[in-house]
Design a protein around this ligand. Structure first.
Ligand SMILES: Cc1ncc(C[n+]2csc(CCOP(=O)(O)OP(=O)(O)O)c2C)c(N)n1
Ligand code: SF4
Ligand SMILES: [Mg+2]
Length: 285
């Protein structure tokens, strides 16, 4: 029978962390104070985590943490409220824009945004979304388009690319049978209530910078009470695309943008931008 001595390690491991001289390093990155300091449940290379961070950076930089209310969807980002340190409301599948409408109408001075995937927004929630934008609700819609139902294991979504293989289109999406992918940003930009509509991505450093700028604009435009802002973001879903994170980023540049070209689709007019400038200088006075 082994003795206690046989079982216990005979050498002691040195677990002391190496000395860290913080003062020698310049801080170039910090997690926004507006995020909860926990690990996320997202897959490696998933766009959701990155976009959560970008939204929360904007909230931090605009100093509007106490004034911002988010509406979480059903989908992989259903737990967004666990990561964003702001007031948040969970909506039933597809109903985020209706919930956001109620919040914004009751509290018009708050910054209200929805965060929705393509299954949530473009399938079950297309009616709510279209009517909210048509009414010109003063909300920001952050639309995460990864071309599949991520959470439920990769079924075909309204935004699945022609020929794309999913669990419910194993031979590739047949457009003659299922119809063409819905270009949500272009469709919604035609509605009179749409104030600012853009499509961005987060698959490269430059794309991330442009998406952040779009989110900054959209949050600022909410101060004008002029209509709905829609920021569509092409999101990586390496797990359901059956790709590595690097392949998924490449797939966006090589395939996704053919159907979903990136860039601004509807911009506010010059007078609206000018009134925003006047508003900010009023605040500064
Ligand atoms: C009324 C209703 N229908 C279906 C579901 C099942 N469901 C949960 S998440 C989801 C798809 C989510 O896909 P998407 O919105 O694109 O988000 P992603 O996971 O890709 O980020 C579905 C169909 C549900 N929860 N409720
Ligand atoms: S399944 Fe796709 S969308 Fe969901 S967490 Fe994983 S990579 Fe992200
Ligand atoms: Mg999706």
């Amino acid at each position: 029978m082994p003795t206690e001595e046989d079982i216990l390690p005979t050498t002691t491991l040195d677990v002391t962390a190496p000395a860290c001289h913080e003062e020698e390093y310049e801080m170039v990155y910090h997690k926004p104070s507006t995020m909860v300091d926990v690990s996320m449940h997202y897959c490696p290379g998933c766009a959701h985590s990155l976009v959560h961070k970008l939204i929360m950076e904007v909230v931090e930089e605009m100093n509007i943490q106490e004034k911002t209310i988010g509406v979480a969807p059903v989908g992989c980002s259903v737990f967004a409220y666990d990561y964003m340190d702001i007031d948040m409301q969970e909506a039933a599948h597809g109903r985020a824009c209706a919930v956001a409408t109620g919040i914004k109408r009751l509290m018009p001075d708050k910054y209200v945004f929805t965060y929705q995937g393509d299954g949530d927004l473009a399938a079950i929630g297309i009616g709510e979304t279209l009517h909210a934008i048509n009414r010109g609700e003063n909300i920001l819609i952050v639309f995460m388009n990864n071309a599949v139902y991520g959470m439920t294991s990769g079924q075909m979504a309204p935004t699945t690319l022609p020929g794309m293989h999913t669990t419910t289109s194993p031979d590739g999406r047949d457009v003659s049978y299922y119809g063409a992918p819905i270009k949500v940003a272009e469709l919604m930009s035609n509605l009179p209530g749409a104030f600012y509509v853009t499509r961005q991505a987060v698959n490269s450093a430059n794309a991330v910078r442009r998406t952040k700028k779009a989110l900054q604009n959209a949050f600022k435009y909410q101060q004008l009470h002029k209509g709905t802002c829609l920021v569509e973001i092409i999101g990586n879903c390496p797990s359901n695309w059956k790709m590595t994170p690097v392949e998924a980023s490449r797939f966006i540049d090589e395939e996704m943008v053919k159907t979903f070209p990136l860039g601004d689709i509807k911009l506010p007019n010059a007078a609206a931008i000018q009134s925003l400038t006047n508003l900010s200088s009023d605040h500064e006075r």
